[in-house]
Design a protein around this ligand. Structure first.
Ligand SMILES: [Zn+2]
Length: 450
């Protein structure tokens, strides 16, 4: 009997191994586009370019805004699997096979056991390209605890129960508002922007301006919180009037002096979102300008707004956003005010760490993801060693060949997205043009810490 059991067990193990091997293969993905109204119009958008190349479509709609190209398993924009170059070959009947379906059959084989155990059998990160023409909303993303509560209370707005740390890696010059300015800078705002002071209780503005050296850190933080809260909660008519005055004053002063970069930004925001309280909020946030190849990351509960430019973005698999300004979407000012961490000071800018002469790694302090940026000259080769988790590769421009540790070889063209399962080494060789490629994977620190 024991012998019988043993045989059956061996048979089952063998079957599992064959199944696992079939799962350990390179997949091509067909990915989804999001046409939010802040995106770049028509074929000028990098997102449109990626989407058209990826889907094999011929032209972009010139009247459509192409904002985000999504790669991953999130239900609001899932990616689908190709086998070889045949998209339909992966379909089950008439239903295309999603990357999520593919993973779900055997998460351990596809994601690696550690990743499958930690993230419940799902891909832990979502990879995107963003083309930003007009500012995105002033927003923050909840931590896990708040995400669960928001999702339970309003599932139609907060679509999942996950947190959403994120990182933006600039493809072009990229502008953003991110995190709160220092107390010293806020003093400057209170002395130079009377329209802000008029909306704040005189005592608070006075205390902050005169006593902040004597006040303890906690007191300064709570005054900052109170002043920002009063601006964001001011009634619409008062906000409209303050912005009207601000615009008039800056238009006059522009003739006499060079406006500060923040003042110039505020006027741009006013043209995009007239009378929106987010214009005033911009005075409280750091104005960050990234060069191509620089990255910015955002933890839970940090206020931010992307303003313009194109970037690669990576985040935990979530779409939870609490908005409070610069938007026509639903705002939840009170939720935003109570969730913010009120950390002050300029954010850290990542330059990437060199892995080899062609590749730099950007690793934010989150377990879910890291991004590699690889620029490969004509005919050069680079290899990405096997890692214990899954990777997504996006070819932004150029053409090349890709070879896996299992000796699969295929061409790799711009707009193509590849899913590489755990424990698979890949080598890429550029053809006759320079190749620009991005890889997203689980943060290396997650494997180190285990
Ligand atoms: Zn965000």
């Amino acid at each position: 009997m024991a012998e019988e059991d043993d045989k059956r067990l061996k048979k089952r193990k063998k079957k599992r191994l064959i199944g696992a091997d079939r799962r350990r293969r390179l997949l091509r993905l067909k990915c989804c586009v999001q046409n939010y109204d802040w995106g770049v119009l028509g074929c000028n958008s990098q997102v449109a370019r990626m989407f058209l190349l990826n889907s094999g479509s011929y032209s972009a709609d010139p009247d459509e805004c192409y904002a985000e190209f999504w790669i991953g398993t999130h239900k609001s924009g899932p990616s689908f699997v190709f086998f070889g170059r045949d998209y339909n070959a992966a379909a089950i009947g008439s239903k295309p096979l999603s990357l999520k379906d593919w993973i779900t059959v055997d998460p351990g084989a596809v994601l690696g056991d550690k990743v499958a155990r930690k993230w419940g059998g799902d891909l832990p990160f979502l990879f995107k390209v963003l083309s930003v023409e007009k500012a995105l909303s002033i927003q923050a993303h909840p931590d896990k605890e708040l995400a669960r509560a928001l999702h339970e209370a309003q599932p139609s707005i907060y679509k999942d129960d996950n947190h959403k740390p994120e990182m933006a890696l600039a493809l072009t010059g990229f502008e953003a508002l991110c995190g709160f300015i220092s107390s010293k800078e806020l003093k400057g705002v209170l002395s130079s922007v009377p329209e802000i002071v008029e909306l704040v209780q005189g005592a608070d503005a006075e205390k902050f301006s005169h006593d902040s050296e004597q006040n303890g850190k906690e007191k300064v933080k709570s005054l900052f919180e109170s002043i920002f809260g009063q601006i964001m909660s001011s009634n619409k008519a008062m906000v409209r009037e303050a912005i009207c005055k601000l615009k008039r004053r800056l238009s006059l002063e522009k003739k006499k002096r060079q406006l500060s970069t923040k003042e110039q930004l505020v006027l741009r925001l006013e043209a995009q979102y007239p009378a929106d309280v987010g214009i005033l909020a911009a005075f409280f946030l750091n104005y960050v300008k990234l060069k191509p190849g620089e990255a910015l990351y955002l933890g839970p509960n940090e206020p931010h707004a992307y303003i313009s430019g194109e970037c690669i973005e990576c985040m935990a698999t979530s779409d939870n956003v609490v908005r409070a300004g610069l938007t026509s979407k639903k705002r939840d000012v009170q939720a935003l005010l109570s969730m913010l961490n009120y950390k002050q000071g300029f954010p850290e800018i990542l330059q990437g760490v060199s892995l080899n002469e062609y590749t730099r790694k950007y690793a934010p302090p989150f377990d879910e993801f890291e991004v590699d940026r690889c620029i490969l000259p004509v005919a050069a080769s680079v290899s990405f060693p096997s890692v214990p988790g899954p990777s997504l590769f996006l070819l932004m421009s150029g053409k090349g060949t890709i070879v896996t540790g299992y000796s699969e070889e295929s061409t790799f063209q711009e707009g193509e997205v590849l899913f590489v399962p755990a424990y698979m080494e890949v080598s890429v060789t550029a053809a006759a043009t320079e190749l620009h490629m991005y890889r997203a994977g689980v943060n290396n620190r997650f494997f180190r810490d285990l």
